[in-house]
Structure formats: C-alpha cells, structure tokens
Ligand binder design. Structure first.
Ligand SMILES: Cc1ncc(COP(=O)(O)O)c(C=O)c1O
Length: 385
C-alpha cells in the first residue's frame, strides 16, 4: 500500500504555465514579473504591502529586525510553536519569553500576556516585540492581545506561516500586526516549494526588508554596503509556482477543512479523543488536523496511536514540543502553567494533505478506531450484560 504522508504539495495546474513564462522571459533569478505578480496577488488577499522571501523564517528574521530587536532585547512568543518562530530572536541576539497556551485555540494566552505586560510596564521593562502564532491555522484571539499591546505600544509580529487564508473576526490573519510572516514551504497549504512573505503596515518597512533581502546594496554602481544584508529574496521561478497555487487557495482550504471535519465526525463517538477546538472568532485553515488523546479514556496512548500508524506506513506526528522544554532554550524565561505541555503529551497531527483521498483517510481512521481499546472494552461489557 502507498505511504500516506502528513502534508504534501498539491499543484493546481497553472503553476507550469507561470513557470514557463518565467523561462520564456529568462527571468530566472531574483527579479521579474512573477515576483511582482505574486506579491501583488498576496497583497490583494491580505491587504498589506509585501515582499517575497526565500522562507517564512527569513520573513520572521527581517520582521524582528524591522521592529528593532537587537542584542539583549526581550521578545514574547508562545511556547507552543515550531522552532522557526523563535530561532530568529536568537539570530538577532534577543531573548525569548515563552508564554503558555490558552485552551480555546492552543495559541498564546492573552491573560498571561496581559499580566506580564502590566508587570513589566510597572518596572519600565517592556519587551521589544510580541510574536503571535496562528497555530495549525487556528487564529489566535487577537482583540485582547492587541488591546494590551497597543496600550503599552509593544508591536505585534504575526507568524501566519500555517495560516494563509485564515481570518479573525472577518479580517485576514497577518493583516493586523505591525509585521507579519507567511510560509510557502513544501508542507504548507499552498507552496512555492520553499518560500515566504513579509508584510507590514508601513511601506517603508517592506522597502527596507526588500533592501536587506538582496544584500543591502547601496544605490550607485559601486558595490557599496552600509548595512548588513542577506540573500533572502525569493526566486522569480518559485514565485511563478506561488501564483499558480494562489489560483487554487480557496479549493485547498476547503479540502483541508473537509479532511478535519471527516476525522472529527468519524471520532465523535469514540471516548477520549478530542479535536483541536475551532474558536468561533475566526475561520481557520486546519493546515493540520490535530486531536488530543486521553489514554485513560481512549485505552491507548498518543504514542501507541503514532506507532500503529507508522506500522502501516502512515506519517503522523506529535503536536509541537513546547519551546521551554527544548534543550536549545534551557534557561529561557517562561510564564504559565502546563497547558502547552499537556497538548504536547496528548496531541497528534494526522495526515492532512488537501489531496488526501477518501480511501486514504479511511485507512487512517480505521487504525485509530482499532486503537480505541476503551470502545472495544465497552462493547464487550455490553455484550456480556
Ligand atoms: C509556525 C511557523 N513559523 C515559521 C515557520 C517557518 O517557515 P519556513 O519553513 O518557510 O521557513 C514555520 C514553518 O514550518 C512554521 O510552522
């Protein structure tokens, strides 16, 4: 039987046409009409000026630098995220403060953030930036986050790497922060094979990021450099793939959401397995379909389920390991209880590709139902009564 992967690229058909255009024009490097088109189309979607970059990580790196993060500066981030949300803080010599998740969305807990900023304001030691992640495509609860950040004038960077197409109260995620980052990595909802996008409220921020992304070469014919730059620009060829992918974004979102809903409905009668919540404040992407497995009720642990899937050549994974538990971040300040730890211990991400066929999904669901020993025990006990 064919291996089932967690999340694979899913081309729409127009990508090759755009790539061919890039070849015909011989625009095969870091300038060209595909890049212009891709940025224009993403800007239309989200409503902010944009610059296409080589990765979401690059967008986060440049975004933090734009917001003034430098050596010794503190940056608040959720502890439950992928390490790429946090690594750029260290690239700049900054220090993360990890905040626990709230249960409603698994994202940064606004109450903990409010408490932290109030305390820090009283000591005149506010963090430089607050990073908000829209985890697995669920939008974070942005109103209370912006309320407190605006009160103390702490800028928000939205990490929307997993959330292109998600909204919060009708607004596209990534459109509200001072800066935001999107990812078009190969495992994302739409992909450029590898790539990212930085957006900002201020056009001069986007212009500066574009300048830094191409080695920060000063105007003039001499290769003179007054600022530190990077080789972070997206290729025109990869932007062409992104344009094709944007044509099918709506369809891909529908397909991802349908995968999640099928799992959710199929497991509704099983004890001890719960879907990631779908807070009513937003329309979410369901980039990955995530569930919590309570061993005591389900009868098998999350790891038992992962093993059973792996034995059938099915790729699944635990929910992210919180950053405060990572060897890389030992000693970093953290705030909150054990919500993120619990989500990590119980959480599983199931195959979620938009191209996942019904038959493939049924294979996954059958294994999970089979693993639910509590269901089996329950039905045996009802037979013996
Ligand atoms: C939450 C989050 N932030 C940032 C990134 C980094 O994006 P990229 O892989 O494009 O560098 C990812 C990518 O997986 C992500 O999931």
């Amino acid at each position: 039987m064919k291996r089932i992967y967690l999340s694979v690229p899913h081309m729409g058909g127009d990508e090759e046409t755009f790539v061919r255009e890039a070849f015909v024009s011989n625009q095969l490097s870091s300038v060209g009409s595909q890049l212009d088109g891709f940025e224009h189309e993403m800007s239309n979607l989200v409503g902010l000026p944009s610059v296409a970059l080589s990765s979401g990580t690059a967008a986060l790196h440049l975004g933090l630098r734009l917001l003034g993060v430098g050596p010794g500066d503190e940056v608040v981030t959720p502890t439950l995220t992928f390490v790429a949300s946090v690594n750029p803080i260290r690239y700049l010599g900054g220090k993360p403060i990890f905040i626990d998740s709230e249960r409603a969305s698994w994202n940064l807990d606004p109450e903990l953030l409010t408490g932290l900023l109030k305390k820090r304001a009283a000591r005149n030691r506010l963090p430089r930036v607050v990073v908000v992640v829209h985890l697995y495509g669920r939008s974070a609860d942005l109103d209370p986050i912006f309320d407190i950040c605006n009160r103390y004038e702490v800028p928000v960077l939205e990490d929307a790497a997993q959330a292109v197409g998600a909204t919060y109260k009708g607004k596209h995620v990534g459109s509200m922060g001072a800066v935001s980052a999107f990812s078009f990595n190969g495992n994302k909802i739409i992909t450029t094979t590898g790539g990212g996008m930085l957006m900002a409220q201020r056009q001069d921020f986007v212009d500066k990021a574009r300048f830094w992304s191409t080695q920060a070469r000063d105007p003039g014919i001499a290769y003179e450099h007054s600022e530190l730059g990077y080789n972070y620009r997206l290729s025109n060829v990869l932007a062409a793939i992104g344009r094709g992918q944007l044509r099918v974004l709506g369809e891909r979102l529908q397909q991802r959401r349908a995968v999640f809903v099928r799992y959710r409905d199929a497991f509704a009668d099983l004890p001890g397995i719960e879907p990631m919540p779908e807070p009513s404040w937003g329309v979410h992407t369901s980039w990955l379909s995530c569930f919590l497995i309570d061993q005591a009720q389900f009868g098998a642990s999350r790891d038992n389920v992962l093993d059973a899937l792996a034995a059938q050549d099915i790729e699944a994974r635990p929910v992210w390991k919180p950053m405060h538990l990572q060897p890389l971040w030992v000693g970093a300040e953290r705030l909150g209880g054990s919500v993120a730890e619990e989500l990590f211990e119980m959480g599983i991400c199931l195959p979620s590709s938009s191209s996942l066929s019904l038959a493939e999904q049924e294979r996954v669901m059958a294994i999970i139902r089979e693993q639910c020993r509590a269901r089996v025990a329950r039905s045996l006990s009802s037979v013996s009564k």
